[in-house]
Design a protein around this ligand. Structure first.
Ligand code: ASP
Ligand code: MG
Length: 410
């Protein structure tokens, strides 16, 4: 007998029939003698719909009420799933994040899980029930307010619950077959990975691979919970995210991210404290700066470019224009037509010339690199937004990531 945590995303519970299908899978797992805890997302695109509805009703910024609103989405799917499971003769019970004892920090919309009490979950399991927990939500124990964990947060709920309950595996059911060598929508011959290490998955997730939320991978790594990313539509094996992988790949996959914009501050006086001043203001405003490049200094001035989420661009622009005045820079410009493409693989630590090969492949496809950043197992380049599809495809094929060699296009 194993203790299994299963998470079903929005598409998997998108309508009544799909909810019944999920119930069938959960019941199968339960009937095999396992203890099953299920985490669900809101049905289909209902979180987006609720956000749109709030925009239609009001122009204001009401983080507390947004969380009250958005947590309703997961409440609907959890209750419906509990009904469908009981229909099949298996006892089941749904719990909100707060009822499940998921304690978080107080930031509405981006709370972090601090602790999971899980008493009611354990009690339900002891009673032989399937316990269904609403994903993406918790409660701030100090203010006793309901919180959400940020978009895609149900993955984090699932892996954190698996850790807190000492689960044997966390299964993330999704609308794709697993983790691919690149986004299959861009690269149709991208290959499903059988396994990937936590470190590599973390880099892919933070570089734009949408299949797993980075924070959930972090939980998995910290508490050594293997994560099985698999399809909710069939029984086939998906991708195992775990500590050690059998084979070490030089490059495991290519990720891309078009959600950032680039700001360049021109004519920045090349003196100590100037960069600190700009980035302190951005940090104070909660802007997530990703890449930073400072050019060489000519005649005492330099340019600093950095990327921020497009969603935070307005804030970043107002800070940049303020900073330009304060530090006596020449001005700044903004480019929204950018995207980041990254290659990730633990094997690159022991292989030379990977960066050079990446740059050569991009060059051969006429793609200009605007910024570069690296980690020990990742190389990322910012390119023009219009070039990103070609960049992903050429890197995927240039590093021969497909299972089957691709025929040259003539
Ligand atoms: N329903 C939430 C969202 O759409 C959480 C999730 O799906 O994980 O972001
Ligand atoms: Mg989701």
């Amino acid at each position: 007998m194993a203790r299994i945590i299963q998470k079903f995303g929005g598409t998997s519970v998108g309508d009544a029939e799909r909810i019944r299908n999920v119930a069938r899978r959960v019941v199968d797992t339960h009937r095999k003698g396992n203890e099953v805890v299920v985490v669900v997302s809101a049905m289909g695109k209902s979180t987006d719909d609720l956000i749109r509805l709030a925009d239609d009703v009001s122009n204001g910024d009401y983080p507390r009420e947004m969380d009250m609103l958005l947590t309703a989405g997961e409440r609907i799917s959890m209750a419906l799933l509990a009904m469908a499971i009981q229909d099949r003769g298996v006892p089941a019970m749904s719990l909100t994040g707060s009822q499940a004892g998921i304690l978080t920090t107080s930031e509405h919309g981006s709370a972090e899980i601090l602790d999971i009490r899980g008493d009611r979950v354990r009690a339900g399991l002891t009673d032989g029930k399937v316990v269904i927990v609403a994903g993406f939500q918790g409660v701030d124990p100090v203010g006793r307010e309901v919180t959400t964990l940020g978009r895609g947060g149900s993955d984090a709920t699932a892996v954190a619950l698996a850790a807190a309950l000492d689960g044997d595996v966390c299964e993330i059911f999704t609308d794709v077959d697993g983790v691919f060598t690149a986004d299959p929508r861009l690269v149709p011959h991208a290959t499903k990975l059988d396994e990937i290490s936590f470190e590599e998955m973390l880099e892919l997730s933070s570089s734009g691979a949408g299949v797993l939320m980075a924070r959930s991978v972090e939980f998995g790594r910290r508490y050594k919970i293997p994560i099985h990313v698999r399809s909710s539509f069939h029984d086939g094996n998906g991708t195992w995210v775990k500590e050690e992988t059998m084979e070490e790949a030089i490059i495991r996959g290519v990720a891309h991210d078009a959600s950032e914009a680039k700001l360049t501050v021109h004519g920045v006086p090349d003196q100590p404290g100037v960069a600190a001043a700009i980035f302190e203001s951005l940090a104070e405003a909660g802007v997530n700066v990703d890449m930073i490049v400072q050019n060489i200094s000519i005649e005492g001035v330099t340019d600093i470019s950095f990327t921020v989420p497009k969603a935070q661009l307005a804030t970043a622009v107002s800070i940049a224009s303020q900073a330009v005045k304060e530090i006596g820079a020449a001005g700044f410009d903004v480019s929204e037509n950018i995207a980041k493409v990254s290659i990730v693989g633990a094997g690159m630590t022991s292989e030379r010339g990977i960066a050079a090969r990446m740059f050569r492949i991009l060059a051969e496809h006429g793609i200009n690199i605007e910024m570069i950043s690296t980690s020990p197992i990742r190389i990322s380049c910012v390119v023009r937004g219009d070039d990103v599809n070609a960049a992903v495809r050429s890197l995927h094929d240039g590093f021969e990531l497909a299972d089957e060699p691709q025929e040259e296009k003539v």
